[in-house]
Design a protein around this ligand. Structure first.
Ligand code: PLP
Length: 383
């Protein structure tokens, strides 16, 4: 299989399957409850966060692994909106990943319409952010087109206006170099099951910069964020550190898989990973220009490598039918409504020859009629 969906669900790290088996047999089966301490389960959410930190340009103690990206967005956004005094707008972008916008819509209702949701065009985002903005929520790399925002410049603009900004890094971490600390980013979330290879349903991560952790007020005040968790006190007191972003008992099996996903990056510089991503993507775009353009494929991703994440998307009026024919030919690239055929580029396990073979398969399909049979099918719920 030629797998171009590592930006949706990353591949299984070889070490994960054997270790998860061992965790189940020995730590759960043998150690039982003792393993919370003996096998370090208790500290795993923080350990995974510390392991993710260097991949996003953060420091140890600024990241924990917990909950889903959607829930982490909710946690951060409520906390920040609660602190907002008289600012009225919440800014996001058209074409953002739906869950991000849905969460904000829910929050506007939760706060009794105190805030107005502004869904700006991506290229006009900066103009939509001003002294009346209570919160900005943006996704760094767009899930459809792979277009990347200038994260550092937008963050600097927000910081200059005293506007809190949350970045969704789901399509960035493990895909492009990030320097959250250097760029002045204070809040971010992202998932671990894409480029970080953490496995299906793996817990997401949440980043709060060191200099704002002390003033950050958790809103889902569960016992894993208590200052004295095993004191079982009657009343809530938040802990001081990044653990204040935790809520309840973490999913240990999934967290162990996340550790293996992140370990795939051991000894690698993200700049080298990005160089290979660019080389593979350039090859894909060049070959598509040569062999697919006359079959009505247009490049939907930015052509400048530094303006996109680690994916190349094409528009085609029959993208769904073509994606199904490609799958039948052993090339997994996905369809995103309405007309996008999306190739995730995962430099850790993708070769140049894979790009060549995928384009060759696609050109072969377009030269024939096999894809036409898929025209009448309804898009799968999960593709
Ligand atoms: C940008 C972005 N945010 C969030 C999510 C999903 O969030 P969750 O982990 O809550 O399902 C995705 C999933 O593809 C995504 O692409």
């Amino acid at each position: 299989m030629l797998y171009f969906n590592g930006n949706s669900l990353g591949a299984l790290p070889k070490t994960a399957a054997t270790d998860i088996g061992r965790v189940v047999q020995e730590e759960w089966g043998g150690g039982l409850v003792e393993s919370w301490l003996d096998a370090d389960w208790f500290f795993l959410a923080r350990k995974a966060g510390d392991a993710i930190a260097p991949l996003i340009g953060a420091s140890a103690g600024e990241v924990v692994c917990a909950d889903s990206t959607s829930v982490n967005l909710f946690k951060l956004a409520v906390s920040l909106l609660r602190q907002s005094k008289d600012r009225r707008t919440v800014v996001t972008e058209r074409g953002n990943f739906p869950t991000d916008v849905y969460i904000l819509e829910g929050l506007v209702q939760l706060f009794g319409e105190r805030f107005d949701l502004v869904v700006a065009e991506p290229e006009t985002i900066v103009g939509a952010i001003d002294g009346d903005t209570a919160l900005v929520l943006l996704t760094h790399v767009n899930f459809r087109t792979g277009a990347a925002h200038d994260l550092a410049a937008i963050t600097a603009h927000c910081n200059a206006h005293g506007v809190p900004v949350i970045w969704d890094l789901s399509h960035s971490a493990g895909a492009v170099p990030l320097a959250l600390n250097d760029w002045g980013v204070e809040y971010a979330v992202g998932c671990t099951y894409k480029f970080l290879n953490g496995g299906p349903g793996a817990p997401a991560y949440i980043y709060v910069a060191q200099h704002v952790i002390a003033t950050h007020e958790p809103v889902v005040t569960g016992w894993f964020s208590h200052a004295n968790q095993f004191g079982f006190e009657d009343r809530y007191r938040p802990t001081d550190g990044i653990e204040k972003c935790l809520v309840g008992t973490p999913p240990i099996l999934s967290l162990r898989a996340v550790m293996h996903g992140i370990a795939c990056f051991d000894g690698l510089e993200m700049s080298d990973v990005a160089q290979k991503s660019w080389a593979l993507s350039e090859l894909l775009i060049d070959l598509a220009d040569d062999r697919l353009a006359h079959h009505r494929f247009t490049v939907a991703s930015p052509r400048e490598p530094e303006e996109r994440g680690s994916q190349v998307s094409f528009r085609h009026p029959e993208a769904y039918a073509v994606s199904k024919a490609l799958r039948a030919a052993g090339v997994v690239a996905d369809f995103r409504s309405p007309d996008i055929l999306r190739f995730g580029i995962t430099p850790l396990y993708m070769r140049h020859v894979d790009i060549w073979d995928a384009v060759d398969a696609l050109a072969g399909i377009m030269a024939g009629e096999s894809w036409v049979a898929h025209r009448t099918e309804t898009p799968d719920a999960v593709t």
